[in-house]
Design a protein around this ligand. Structure first.
Ligand SMILES: NC(=O)c1ccc[n+]([C@@H]2O[C@H](COP(=O)([O-])OP(=O)(O)OC[C@H]3O[C@@H](n4cnc5c(N)ncnc54)[C@H](OP(=O)(O)O)[C@@H]3O)[C@@H](O)[C@H]2O)c1
Length: 331
């Protein structure tokens, strides 16, 4: 279960990789997960090797990938080189990837494919990317087949319990240390807790000041499921462009808090999630932002400012895959 945040409140030298790597939560599997990771969704594979190595040099130890991002091989190449150059040891890294929708009935093969691309012999965390099994079209191609009406072809003959049994089998085989879920609602998480022999260690969900999801976050934490915030910056301009959503980073309340704490709006938002015991995996492709996004352990938001951010909630989801699938999966 996520540890109390008091440990994170003590200011640390947040430029020192050794200090940063101590900022972890203990998962219900017994393994430690760094509170901050680097998300690699929409990261250009061509420039990834140097960028990931730079991130490792700056102190990142946790990387969040997915079969769907189609850049596991590039992340694997970077990790292999960093280990080869003795910048980091495998056991100091925490690598997450995700099972794509079209592979729910091929969990073992999909995991083996991801491991091969990542050049790893185990994953730290493997997540079910969405609770949405779809037509299988071959392992690793992360397809989203649609029917003649342009609607995602969702399978109805495989239960999420069956998918979860496949995930549990990966732990027994030693291929994966921790398993978890992503984009699961409160009720789907409840169901998973009921049928699981190995409890989900993590639920990775979209959450930021415009989409706080207090009930889901609290429910997961109460039952020992660590919450990781995907899209922790509300997707910023990337989601404005891709999904037409609104970015919280331009909100006047954040501007006031940024001024007060002499931090950027992004740092305020990331710090807010940390103080909720929520792990963060912001993505950036800019070297200067790698350091900025890490520098969130050396200040603390006062209680009244946490309360102020609470008032920003708009129940606004910014990552809307249904836009491309012809179906609103969250209805
Ligand atoms: N499980 C899921 O379904 C799911 C869904 C979405 C995302 N994720 C994971 O969560 C990670 C993060 O989500 P995301 O990439 O969608 O969104 P995000 O991290 O909330 O936002 C990324 C956007 O913020 C910008 N940005 C980064 N640092 C910034 C800063 N300090 N100030 C201002 N803007 C900044 C980035 O631009 P630059 O790159 O130009 O800096 C990019 O446009 C993903 O990479 C992925 O690993 C998982």
């Amino acid at each position: 279960m996520a540890r109390e945040t008091t440990g994170f409140r003590k200011p640390i030298n947040s430029h020192d990789p050794k200090e940063l790597s101590k900022m972890t939560v203990t998962l219900n599997s017994g393994f430690e997960m760094p509170m901050i990771g680097l998300g690699v969704f929409r990261m250009d594979g061509k420039v990834m090797k140097d960028f990931i190595i730079e991130a490792i040099k700056k102190g990142y130890r946790h990387f969040d990938c997915a079969a769907k991002y189609q850049n596991e091989a590039e992340l694997g190449e970077a990790i292999a080189e960093a280990i080869e150059r003795k910048l980091v040891k495998r056991e100091e890294l925490f690598i997450t990837t995700k099972l794509w929708n079209s592979d729910h009935d091929h969990v073992l093969e999909a995991c083996q494919d991801s491991l091969k691309k990542l050049r790893l012999d185990y994953l730290d965390l493997f997540l079910i990317h969405f609770p949405v099994p779809t037509i299988h079209t071959g392992v690793g191609n992360a397809s989203s087949v649609k029917d003649k009406d342009g609607v995602l072809d969702i399978k109805t003959n495989i239960s999420l319990e069956t998918t979860w049994r496949g995930m549990e089998d990966l732990v027994s085989r030693g291929l994966v240390r921790s398993i978890g879920i992503s984009n699961y609602s409160l009720l789907l998480t409840r169901d998973c807790l009921a049928y699981s022999k190995i409890k989900p260690a993590v639920n990775q969900i979209e959450t930021h000041p415009y989409f706080q999801r207090e009930s889901l976050v609290k429910f997961c934490q109460k039952h020992g499921v660590c919450v990781t915030a995907h899209t922790p910056l509300g997707g910023s301009v990337a989601n404005v462009e891709m999904f037409g959503s609104v970015s919280c980073l331009d909100d006047p309340i954040l501007k006031v808090l940024a001024e007060k704490y002499k931090r950027s709006a992004a740092q305020i938002v990331l710090r807010w999630n940390i103080q909720r015991n929520v792990v963060i995996i912001p993505k950036t492709s800019k070297k200067e932002r790698l350091a900025e996004n890490l520098q969130v352990f050396d200040f603390e938001l006062a209680k009244e400012d946490m309360e102020l951010i609470k008032t920003m909630d708009r129940n606004h989801r910014t990552n809307i895959p249904g836009k491309f699938w012809g179906v609103d999966i969250y209805q």
